[in-house]
Unconditional design. Structure first.
Length: 420
C-alpha cells in the first residue's frame, strides 16, 4: 500500500524555497547609497571608468615599447657546395656566420620616445576629462532618479484627489445639483491621473535602471536612500573659474602636443638607417677562416615618407583647431555656468516660497471646507495648486544640482562631497 502524502513537510519545503527566492531577490536589489559613496564605488567598477583606465594602460605599454632598441639579426650562409666540378660536395664550401645591428639615425628613437610619452599624457588628460564627464552624468542620473520618486508620490496624491473629485461629482449629479457633464469631466480627470501615475512608475523604474547601469552596480537600485536634491537648498558662491584649467581644454592641449610629437617622428623616419654587420667566414678547401664586415644603407630614391609627414601635419592642424574650439567652449561654459548657478539658486528660492504659499492655501482651504465655507471643488483646486508648486520645486532643485555639477566638471572637482 503506497504511503500517504505528507502535506506539512511539503508545505514547509515550499515555504523554505519561497523564502530563499525572496532572500535572493532582496540580495540583488537595494537602495542606492549616498552619492559620494556611490561615486567612490563607481570609479572602480563603472564601464566608462574602466575604459579610460585601459586607454591609459595601453598608452603606457606603447611608451615602454617605444624605448626598446631594434633586435640584432643573426645570419648563417653556406656558398659553393653541391655544384659541379671542383664545387661538388662540400670540399670547396665557404660558410659565413654574421650578426647585424640596425642603427637608427636622425633621432628616431628619441623622437619615438617623446611621442609615446606625449601619448601617455594625452591618455591621462583624456581620462581626467572622461572622469569629470562621468561624475556630472552620475550626479544628473542620481538627481533624476530621486526626482522620479518624488514625482511618483505627487502622482499618487493627484490620483487620490481625482478619485475624491470623481466620487463627489457623481454624488452631486445623482442629487441633481450638477449636470452630467460634471461627472464626465471628473471621470476624464481620473483616467488622466491614473495614466500619469503609470507613467511616473515607468519613469521611476527607468531612472533607477539608468543609475544602476551607469554606476556599474551589480545590484539593481530600488530607491534613493539619501537625498541629493536637498543640497539645492544651500546658497553658495560660484567664484571664479579658469577656463584653461578645465579637463576638456587640458585634454585638447595634451592631444595637440601628442600630434606635434607625431610630426617629428614622421620627419625622422625620412632619414635612412644604417645596418652594420660583422662575422666570420670559413673556407673548407684549406680549412682557413677570415673576418667579414659590412654596412648597408637604403637609398631613399622612391620612399621619402612625404605622405606620412603631410598626414601628420594635417592631424596637427586638426588638433590645433580642436584646441581652439575647446578654449572657446571652456570660456563660454565658464561664464554660463556661473550665471546658471545664480539663476538656479534664485529659482529654488522662488519655488520654495511658492510651495510654502500653496501649502498654506491648501491648509486654509481644508479648514474652510470643514467649516462649510468652501466647496469641495475649491479644496481640490487648492490641492492641485500645491501639487503643481511641488512639481516646480522638484524641477528647480534638479536644475540647481545640475548647475553645481557643471561647475565641478569645469574645475575637475568632485561635487557634493559634503553630502551625508
Amino acid at each position: 500500500m503506497p504511503s500517504p502524502i505528507r502535506v506539512r513537510p511539503l508545505v514547509a519545503a515550499l515555504a523554505s524555497a519561497s523564502a530563499l527566492s525572496l532572500t535572493a531577490a532582496v540580495a540583488w536589489a537595494e537602495p542606492a547609497p549616498p552619492f559620494p559613496a556611490l561615486l567612490m564605488q563607481a570609479q572602480s567598477r563603472a564601464p566608462r571608468s574602466a575604459e579610460a583606465q585601459a586607454q591609459v594602460a595601453r598608452a603606457e605599454g606603447l611608451a615602454r615599447q617605444a624605448a626598446v632598441l631594434p633586435n640584432p639579426t643573426v645570419s648563417v650562409e653556406v656558398e659553393n657546395f653541391s655544384g659541379s666540378g671542383p664545387f661538388r660536395g662540400t670540399n670547396a664550401a665557404e660558410s659565413t656566420a654574421s650578426i647585424g645591428q640596425l642603427i637608427e639615425l636622425g633621432g628616431k628613437r628619441s623622437a619615438r620616445i617623446g611621442a609615446a610619452r606625449a601619448e601617455v599624457g594625452a591618455a591621462r588628460a583624456d581620462a581626467v576629462r572622461s572622469q569629470a564627464d562621468f561624475v556630472f552624468d552620475l550626479a544628473a542620473a542620481y538627481a533624476l532618479a530621486e526626482a522620479s520618486e518624488r514625482r511618483l508620490q505627487l502622482a499618487t496624491e493627484s490620483l487620490a484627489f481625482a478619485q475624491e473629485d470623481s466620487r463627489v461629482a457623481s454624488a452631486l449629479v445623482r442629487a441633481g445639483k450638477e449636470a452630467d457633464v460634471r461627472a464626465v469631466q471628473a471621470r476624464a480627470a481620473l483616467q488622466a491621473a491614473q495614466a500619469a501615475l503609470e507613467e511616473a512608475r515607468s519613469t521611476r523604474s527607468k531612472a533607477l535602471g539608468d543609475l544602476t547601469a551607469l554606476s556599474g552596480s551589480p545590484v539593481a537600485f530600488t530607491s534613493i536612500r539619501v537625498s541629493l536634491l536637498s543640497h539645492a537648498a544651500r546658497r553658495e558662491v560660484a567664484g571664479d573659474i579658469d577656463p584653461l584649467r578645465s579637463p576638456a581644454y587640458q585634454a585638447a592641449e595634451a592631444a595637440r602636443q601628442a600630434a606635434a610629437r607625431r610630426v617629428q617622428v614622421e620627419r625622422t623616419r625620412a632619414v635612412p638607417d644604417v645596418t652594420v654587420s660583422v662575422g666570420a667566414r670559413r673556407f673548407e678547401a684549406d680549412k682557413s677562416s677570415a673576418m667579414v664586415a659590412g654596412v648597408s644603407v637604403p637609398f631613399p630614391l622612391f620612399d621619402q615618407n612625404r605622405g606620412n609627414i603631410s598626414a601628420a601635419r594635417a592631424e596637427l592642424t586638426a588638433a590645433e583647431a580642436r584646441l581652439n574650439a575647446a578654449r572657446l567652449d571652456a570660456v563660454a561654459e565658464a561664464s554660463a555656468a556661473i550665471a546658471r548657478l545664480n539663476a538656479a539658486q534664485a529659482r529654488v528660492q522662488a519655488s520654495e516660497e511658492g510651495e510654502s504659499a500653496a501649502a498654506e492655501a491648501s491648509r486654509l482651504a481644508g479648514v474652510g471646507y470643514e467649516g462649510g465655507k468652501l466647496s469641495l471643488l475649491e479644496l481640490l483646486t487648492a490641492r492641485r495648486a500645491l501639487t503643481e508648486a511641488r512639481t516646480q520645486s522638484i524641477e528647480a532643485q534638479i536644475e540647481r544640482v545640475a548647475a553645481e555639477a557643471s561647475i565641478a566638471r569645469l574645475r575637475g572637482a568632485i561635487p557634493f562631497g559634503d553630502q551625508e
